[in-house]
Design a protein around this ligand. Structure first.
Ligand SMILES: [Fe+2]
Length: 524
């Protein structure tokens, strides 16, 4: 049996994930989609623009998960920072400075006063220096992901205008007036209205939108919005269901065949894994192992497809926990541990939009950290509740994670990771058959050698690309390659122009797309 799904279902899963990663409220992107479409109706826009509005609202932040570790390193809890940024006018320097100081103070709350003062000074000095390249990277990544799920050139261009404003004081390029595309202007206004309404209440939101006329927004649009704000926002305090979002998609409704579904799942995998160098390529690798193990154990084809797709998305709920927490070398607090252990729950919720087949995939995602003896999380499920596909996913995830480095430990060798899994079998936690199938699959020659041959890059270029994807700066790359920093810089620039990107994040995504990430050692 083949599989087909509405593309909008995938967009909703991506929207749910980006809401988590950017600190937005529940169903923020979905509610903003309804609001933006109502506004588009009020403006009497034709179907082609309405389609762009629909995509912009659901996917505006789709690239914003890239390089979250850089934001986290500069400002601490990046999810809380993003939540605060939604409520201010980021062109207002004093509001921006206040928000950054609050973020840094939150992170360094326990540090001695002198260290806190230094961190604040550094954060303020670096704010623009850090933010502009990161935002440019977000835009490029968003465009590439949109292309991979088959969205139009127009949608890709709109996604590249992430924080552009009517008055030219936006980012990343400082476009102004009509150069900022109409769908971007509509969705920016609608999303600000929802965030401001939540933070300050209806009347203050109206006053703030009105005051920003000819600033952040075109005055004509702002005035029209304010005049109809009550009816436009009516009922949007509550969550929005899947059927509503499916019903407002402009015709013709996009449907993905099985191959396109596979691509969409891979796009979600890459989006999840781009948040920090430690996880680059993780979900693709788990998926390849689970698929091969499923075949070895002769599971039905539909089960193999489900476990492969569940593996692509298994950590989607991890986006609810700040990268600043995942990146820390020290132990988690009790509260952080609880939040981290809830990620399978968020994952199940994120995939709820995927319809009938999505239910089976979500059920696997929910169980990916469960163990046969009930010692896993978050529901402490036991053997009878863990079908073969769930056992394979758990084994593939455990093996892959063990051979990847994490901030608090180095990567294990394949042999050491295998013995760790066999111990877990002996302790009654993992299924022996599933573990042996995964381990046997890991012993097969990978696709990487083929990928290297096919990429058209020299081995030196691939080496440079891998270092960049692993988050190394030009200076660090130079040290590892034992060449002068200037030469490393030239290598990087030549590589960028050869593969047609201008940012680190887009280069990293390129490496993932072509299977050039070295599993288990990417974080060095
Ligand atoms: Fe996980």
């Amino acid at each position: 049996m083949t599989s087909a799904a509405r593309r909008a279902d995938f967009l909703m899963a991506l929207a749910y994930a980006t809401d988590l990663a950017t600190g937005h409220s529940r169903d923020f992107a979905l509610r903003s989609c309804v609001l933006s479409m109502r506004f588009a109706d009020l403006l009497n826009l034709d179907d082609s623009i309405r389609r762009d509005v629909y995509h912009q609202a659901l996917l505006r932040y789709i690239g914003c998960n890239a390089d979250s570790h850089l934001l986290a390193a500069a400002f601490g809890d990046e999810i809380a920072l993003r939540r605060d940024l939604q409520r201010i006018d980021i062109s207002n320097k004093s509001e921006l400075a206040e928000t950054i100081v609050r973020a840094i103070t939150r992170t360094f709350a326990d540090a001695p006063p002198a260290e806190l003062a230094q961190a604040v000074e550094r954060g303020l000095a670096e704010a623009m220096q850090v933010s502009v390249p990161i935002l440019s990277g977000h835009c490029e990544v968003a465009k590439r992901i949109a292309e991979r799920i088959g969205l139009s050139k127009e949608t890709q261009e709109n996604l590249g205008q992430l924080y552009e404003r009517w008055d030219g004081r936006g980012l990343p390029r400082g476009l102004s007036g009509g150069a900022v595309k109409l769908p971007v202007r509509i969705v920016t206004l609608a999303q600000d209205a929802i965030a401001l309404n939540e933070a300050h209440g209806f009347e203050t939101m109206r006053a703030m939108i009105s005051k920003r006329g000819d600033g952040a927004y075109e005055a004509e649009l702002a005035n029209l919005f304010v005049a109809h704000a009550e009816s436009l926002l009516s009922g949007l305090d509550d969550p929005v269901d899947r059927e509503t979002i499916l019903s407002i998609e402009p015709h013709p409704h996009a449907v993905l065949d099985e191959e396109a579904c596979e691509e969409a799942y891979i796009a979600i995998a890459d989006m999840i894994d781009m948040r920090m160098p430690f996880t680059f390529g993780h979900s693709r690798a788990v998926s390849a192992l689970a698929d091969a193990a499923g075949k070895r154990l002769a599971l039905p084809a539909s089960d193999i497809r489900e476990v492969r797709w569940a593996a692509y998305t298994h950590d989607i709920g991890e986006l609810a926990v700040p990268v600043s927490t995942w990146m820390r070398r020290g132990a988690f607090t009790e509260r952080e541990t609880d939040a981290a252990k809830l990620h399978p729950y968020h994952g199940e919720r994120a995939l709820a939009s995927l319809g009938r087949e999505g239910t089976a995939i979500a059920a696997l995602v929910l169980r990916h950290h469960e163990r046969l003896d009930g010692s896993g999380y978050h529901r402490n499920a036991r053997a009878p509740d863990l079908a073969p596909a769930a056992r394979i996913l758990a084994a593939a995830e455990a093996f892959q994670t063990a051979r990847e480095a994490r901030p608090h430990r180095p990567a294990l060798s394949d042999a050491a990771a295998a013995s760790k899994l066999r111990s877990a079998v002996r302790e009654g936690k993992l299924c022996a058959e599933a573990v042996e199938a995964v381990l046997a699959s890991a012993g097969q020659p990978g696709r990487r050698d083929d990928a290297e041959r096919m990429s058209g890059l020299t081995s030196r270029e691939i080496e440079v690309l891998r270092l960049i994807a692993a988050g190394h700066t030009a200076k660090e790359a130079a040290r590892r390659l034992e060449i002068a920093p200037k030469t490393a810089d030239n290598h990087i620039q030549n590589l960028y122009s050869k593969i047609g990107v201008t940012t680190r994040a887009a280069a990293a995504l390129y490496a993932l797309e072509r299977g050039l990430i070295q599993q288990g050692s990417s974080a060095g």
